[in-house]
Design a protein around this ligand. Sequence first.
Ligand SMILES: Cc1cc2nc3c(=O)[nH]c(=O)nc-3n(C[C@H](O)[C@H](O)[C@H](O)COP(=O)(O)OP(=O)(O)OC[C@H]3O[C@@H](n4cnc5c(N)ncnc54)[C@H](O)[C@@H]3O)c2cc1C
Length: 533
Amino acid sequence: MDCGDTVTAEVCEEADMRDGELREATVAGHTVLLVRNGTEFSALGSRCPHHGAPLSRGILKGKRLRCPWHGACFNIKTGDIEEYPALDCLPCFKVTVVDGKVFVTAKMKDLESSRRVKDTSKRCLLNQDTVLLLGGGVAALVCAETLRQEGFTGRIIMATKEKHSPYDRSKLSKEMNLKAEDIYLRTPEFLHARGIELWTEREAVSVDFQRQKVRFKNGSSQKYNHLLIATGSHPNPLEVPGADLQNICLLQTPEDSSKILELATGKNLVIIGASFVGMEIAAFLSDKAAAISVVEKKEFPFQNVLGSQVGGVAMKMLQNKGVKFYMKTKLSELKGKDGKVTEAVLDSGKKIPADVVLAGIGASPSSAFLKGTSIARDSSGAILVDLLMQTNIPNVFAAGDVVSFPVALLNGKQSSIHHQQVAEAHGHIAALNMLKKQKELHTVPFFWTTMLGKSIRYAGCGEGYTDTVVKGSLEQLEFLIFYIRDGYVVAAASLNCDPMVSLIAEVLCSGKQISKEEAEACDITSIPWLTHT
Ligand SMILES: Cc1cc2nc3c(=O)[nH]c(=O)nc-3n(C[C@H](O)[C@H](O)[C@H](O)COP(=O)(O)OP(=O)(O)OC[C@H]3O[C@@H](n4cnc5c(N)ncnc54)[C@H](O)[C@@H]3O)c2cc1C
């Protein structure tokens, strides 16, 4: 039935759908997601606003639906976002059941979009409170948006060193041919409409916590009532002779990404470090560079996090594309001609021709501007926060890559986790606690890495794992691997096995422990351990 801009369609028989079922249905030519929870039905946007995953293949737990790809969660009654990395909510449609038939009523404009931006308050000039956010990454962005979503009407300033609106940094190593504007998470206009002031090219150089004032590189300063430090991390530079030659690159910004693509196309690229960044770049450039060599001190790529089995799979994938690996060896020197790099010399004496060198050897917290202040930091420079994202200084919060926080899956031990979803969760919690909501961080870390069109998903925190359980086939690139510490699953990774990692994330999130024996006994084609109610 079509009533102008509203349409009603019969989508199924009530008895046709079982409790906990997720199903796609068509309304006026658009796909919607139908969910049955007990006797209630919901209808929502069918695609995750993050990367468009089909939510009908997600995980339902009570009223919460988790995306099968990157773990974002939505409330099925409201469509509201409950877990990142997605920033937006799902459109939610009216469902009625008449004579055993299920009908969905929706506005055409809502059907046409698979995302709904949360309503927010606006700035009110009578409210003189100022929240100053240092950094323009996802942690600061989510903090700013949450403040407005929660009704804060004071001033919000987001001051970033870069010249861009917040963008999706995770794409820089996966799609290097994109312009900065193509990966903006929010445009300057979006922020402006919500009264969020974006100050670009405004690097903080010092903070006077006593006077509640930040000084910037351009000589200006700004007072605050609440401060969020979300300055992220920066890639570690190489420290070998010749590291100051031209064409030695780090990857942090869209400009770096474009420069690496330009320099490496048709040339000899040497990547130092088989980290996520190094491996993703090797994959993206494998059909563009003349030759790619990866130098790594460990035996396998991303060995510390994913282990030798998954590292071995990733290595093979890239070797099949002609990427050469030099493992268990170190770079000892870079040689050059006319100021430009020409050769990478390894510990073994091996010389590799190099027109471009990329360092992917880890990242450090961007907190040098806090040196000499009383803010508590660990030996790496990461700011210490509690579960409210509070630092040791009143009214000062910190979030994202720059912090060390108590990680539930490490029994509350302080640690830094550099994932997009974690940074967003931090920003959200910091905002709530600036507003005195006393809300603690409760999240299961989730990340992904993509090479040659294949995504490895990872949930949990496997630091210190001693054992693994592999399900499926590593060789056939279809597997789920459990990381075991003290007899229990603390993390899982998968390739071509959705939605298993989302399922494990949801189980870990509920506090249930999965023993090694349960992991060994499980059948990955069915869903163990989690009933949706
Ligand atoms: C190439 C790459 C690929 C990645 N891929 C993935 C992935 O696939 N999945 C995943 O989960 N995570 C990925 N990550 C990690 C993820 O991007 C980070 O965890 C996330 O961006 C952290 O967000 P943040 O807001 O804490 O910091 P950032 O995104 O680093 O933002 C910090 C901001 O602060 C600014 N800043 C720094 N110092 C100052 C200062 N003194 N004054 C003002 N501003 C300052 C910076 O310029 C920057 O804009 C990737 C990271 C990189 C670099």
